[in-house]
Ligand binder design. Structure first.
Ligand code: PLP
Length: 313
């Protein structure tokens, strides 16, 4: 039995206790999607579920997808493919990583794990990577690897959003506010689609840029959502001392591990907003923990090089 063989996968909502929440008289629960699986965690499970089923239905034996060298989506796809018996090919940004493959693997936990899970890794230049949706480039890849089921970078497509519509349950209608971290916008779109009209969804982008609202509008017609754009910590994959200390303190107080790329930025933002009195008394907040903890090891290597404190979860 594995997570893809059961009809419904539910995660628990865990209450967070903190004086900042008490003072503001608001409540915060965390939906522990991170507990679904160590590598196919959180939203990546939701995004892959219907895509893998579709690939099998259409008779494909191989999945091909794109990602950066620390990508949660790459690790999740590798692990999921192994679980359901589909070959996986990961096209990774950064040609320099192919120069000494063994060294790359020994220095990068995400790629090491993905390779060990059976994923074939191909490294391409950043210029080639920008062509990842072009027909010509995809045809070249098909010539090299044979036919494959394509999952876009980050895993976002219509079927991924359908999977993310299963994150919230009927019982979650008790919350006034639902928060989630945003990368490509797929996960929040699924969450928005499954909310009731009285709920507001707040998205916390993990990166700079104002293209995300437009992306989200491609996947949902609802308007009960908003992006909170000032907690990206200077951009994608970036974190500073304040962010690391927040993660370590949160773990010590709540025994919940946060990832530095997405969920830590969201929770930092929620606490800051609560402290600033943004939410009225008795507001019930649900924050979705979308997983991503496999990325901590890679981030700690970067932090060590910069002589910053390490994440100790
Ligand atoms: C990928 C990822 C996200 C972003 O999801 P999108 O659907 O791309 O917006 C958020 N949190 C975690 C932990 C992730 O790995």
């Amino acid at each position: 039995m594995h997570i893809f063989s059961s009809e419904t996968v539910l995660s628990e909502n865990q209450k967070v206790s903190h004086p900042i929440l008490d003072n503001a008289e608001v409540s915060l629960d965390i939906k522990r999607e991170d507990e679904i699986h160590t590598y196919v965690s959180g939203n990546k499970f939701r995004k892959l579920k219907y895509n893998l089923a579709e690939a099998k239905k259409l008779g494909y034996s191989t999945i091909l997808t794109f990602g950066g060298a620390y990508s949660n989506h790459i690790a999740a796809t590798a692990s999921a493919g192994e679980m359901v018996g589909l070959k996986t090919i990961g096209i990774i940004r950064g040609e320099e990583l192919s120069m000494d493959f063994n060294k790359t693997l020994s220095e990068n936990d995400t790629l090491q794990f993905s390779s060990t899970s059976g994923m074939h890794l191909k490294f391409i230049t950043r210029a080639q990577y920008r062509e990842k949706t072009s027909e010509t480039f995809l045809k070249e890849l098909a010539k090299e690897f044979g036919s494959f089921y394509l999952i876009p970078e980050g895993g976002t497509n219509e079927l991924a959003i359908r999977g993310c519509e299963e994150i919230l349950t009927k019982q979650d209608a008790i919350y006034d506010i639902v928060c989630c971290a945003v990368g490509t916008g797929g996960t929040i779109s699924g969450i928005i689609n499954s909310t009731s009209a009285h709920q507001t969804v707040l998205g916390f982008p993990a990166l700079k840029g104002d293209f995300l609202s437009e992306e989200i509008r491609k996947y949902t017609a609802k308007t009960n959502w908003k992006l909170i754009t000032n907690y990206h910590f200077d951009g994608y994959g970036k974190i500073n001392r304040v962010g690391v200390e927040f993660i370590n303190r949160f773990y010590a107080q709540q025994h919940i591990a946060l990832d530095p790329v997405y969920t830590a930025k969201m929770l930092f933002g929620i606490f800051d907003m609560v402290q600033k009195g943004v939410f009225p008394k008795n507001t019930r907040i649900l924050a979705v923990h979308t997983g991503g903890l496999q990325g901590v090891a890679g981030m700690n290597k970067k932090l060590k090089k910069k002589k910053l404190p390490l994440i100790t979860i």
